[in-house]
Ligand binder design. Structure first.
Ligand code: ATP
Ligand code: ZN
Length: 482
């Protein structure tokens, strides 16, 4: 194990091994996770990657400092499924001319994204550092950040893409090592392809970068006519926009390995001329119902919202943190069978931990080392939880007074995103810290200013910097994060 890895190792789908994690830049550790396509409520299976990568985000912040980690999770707000949903929900308004299709699409995506934000916050997940929306990265941008049209142009220039039958397609044969992530070769992909549909493709594995839109469909002007992007190019653009051409970690569910992540890699590496897109590729296993992936298409799903707010699963509502713990009791790469029993087990465990943690008036300043070590071993949450159960036992034995085990347990629970009522905030003290930090920023003492921000964050208080819209002066607000 090298020192630079700080003891963190992560299973890498690209190498099929547990790799030491060595960031490209320890002052800016960069992670991208594919976010939701916003046309319907997210189901509890969709919540798994959000929760798993939230734990990794928290761990990276602990190891490298709160302000030294950039976590990007996008929102896919352009997709044919979204168009279909807008037509279904607003068909009458659209045909009577009261609403344009674009306006209907906007309503669908905004409503779905709002619900998603509420759902994942209730599951104890921190907001990512940036949450870009695909529609804002289609055309060249005023700020010069990467965009899809420019990436596609570059792929054509470099001989990696071609125009056929109104589409721009990625030419898989132009990339000798295409298929490294999924370990599929091009021959294997020939099998089972519908030749008639794909007759315009040079190779059946070639995939769409751009396709033309009919006048009713959403579209953007481009060198190839008014159209819209394929799904994969979105993530290549948004990751490059915020994380650069090569970054540290890219994540998502197992089903994204092929074709989505394979094709993101092909696009990004060929457009930028790099050997890798991200150093470590991580994939969570499926949440299953009776041995099958929970999925919209199979109709065997429960939305997060339903579980939180209705009595459709097991005849009762479930608290967000019980869902969170149930999800984390299984290692992130293993399948989980979703059952009432599993949720009840999580609820009982959480109740016991909290009873023990309540014996401490304060949160310990240090996280238990065993918890950090367990998580650093490819997010071995189960081993971390064994330590929490041990601490809970010690805390209950020790009883009241100066209960160090209870204080440590409380710190660990708060760190893992469980509500332990830890943040009894002292508003005056926060205001003083903010004022002090603004002075330090004015004096360009960034290191000390960052230290104050990280210290508050460790206590669960997150600062947000902004500008006064009238005076243009820097202002800082805060909120309690758990
Ligand atoms: N049952 C599941 N268990 C774990 N992760 C899942 C599951 N279903 C989807 N995901 C993950 O959720 C994230 C969002 O995926 P997306 O919005 O494409 O959902 P989806 O795959 O369309 O869902 P569905 O399979 O139900 O149609 C992806 O990272 C995907 O891998
Ligand atoms: Zn993606």
């Amino acid at each position: 194990m090298s020192d630079a890895s700080k003891g963190l190792s992560l299973y890498n789908t690209l190498t099929r091994a547990k790799d030491d994690f060595v960031p490209i830049d320890p002052l800016n550790v960069r992670m991208y996770v594919c976010g939701p396509t916003v046309y319907d409520f997210a189901h509890i299976g969709n919540a798994r990657p959000v929760i798993v990568f939230d734990v990794l985000f928290r761990l990276l912040r602990h190891l490298y400092g709160g302000s030294h980690v950039t976590y990007v999770r996008n929102i896919t707000d352009v997709d044919d499924k979204i168009n279909a949903r807008a037509l279904r929900d607003f068909g009458d308004e659209i045909s009577s001319g009261k609403l344009s299709l674009n306006e209907a699409i906007r309503r669908v995506t905004e409503k779905t994204a709002d619900q998603y934000h509420k759902d994942v916050a209730t599951l104890g997940c921190l907001e990512p550092t940036v949450e870009p929306r695909a529609t804002e990265f289609v055309e060249p941008r005023a700020d010069g950040k990467a965009d899809m049209i420019t990436l596609i142009e570059r792929l054509i220039e470099r001989g990696h893409a071609y125009v056929a039958a109104g589409e721009v397609l990625f030419d898989t044969a132009s990339m000798p090592d295409y298929g490294q992530l999924s370990k599929r070769n091009l021959d294997e992909q020939q099998a089972g392809v519908r030749i008639a549909v794909d007759a315009h493709k040079k190779n059946p594995g070639d995939f769409v970068l751009w396709k033309l839109s009919s006048p009713e469909e959403p579209g953007w002007d481009s060198p190839w006519g008014r159209g819209r992007p394929g799904w994969h190019i979105e993530c290549s653009a948004m990751s490059a926009a915020y994380l650069g051409e090569v970054f540290d970690i890219h994540g998502g569910g197992l089903d994204l390995i092929f074709p989505h992540h394979e094709n993101e890699i092909a696009q990004s590496r060929c457009a930028h001329g790099t050997d890798v897109m991200a150093n470590i590729w991580m994939h969570n296993g499926f949440l299953q119902v009776e041995g099958q992936k929970m999925s919209k298409s199979l109709g065997n799903f429960y939305s997060i919202h339903e579980l939180l707010e209705t009595e459709t699963f097991g005849g009762r509502k479930w608290p967000g943190e019980v869902l969170r713990l149930a999800m984390l009791m299984t290692h992130y790469r293993e399948p989980i069978d979703f059952s009432v029993r599993k949720l009840e087990e999580a609820e009982n465990t959480l109740r016991k931990w909290k009873r023990a943690a309540d014996l401490a008036p304060e949160v310990a300043p240090q996280l238990p080392a065993e918890v950090v070590e367990a998580l650093s071993d490819d997010l071995a949450t189960y081993a971390a939880f064994q330590r929490l159960t041990q601490l809970a036992g010690e805390a209950l034995d020790a009883g009241g007074g100066d209960n160090a085990a209870a204080a440590s347990l409380k710190a660990a629970l708060a760190f893992l995103g469980f509500d332990v009522g830890a943040a009894k905030v002292d508003e005056a003290a926060i205001a003083r810290a903010i004022a002090r930090r603004l002075e330090l920023i004015a004096a360009k003492n960034w290191a000390e200013a960052d230290r104050i921000r990280d210290e508050l964050l460790a206590q669960g208080v997150q600062l947000k910097d902004g500008k006064d819209p009238v005076t243009g002066e820097r202002i800082t607000t805060w909120e309690v994060r758990r």
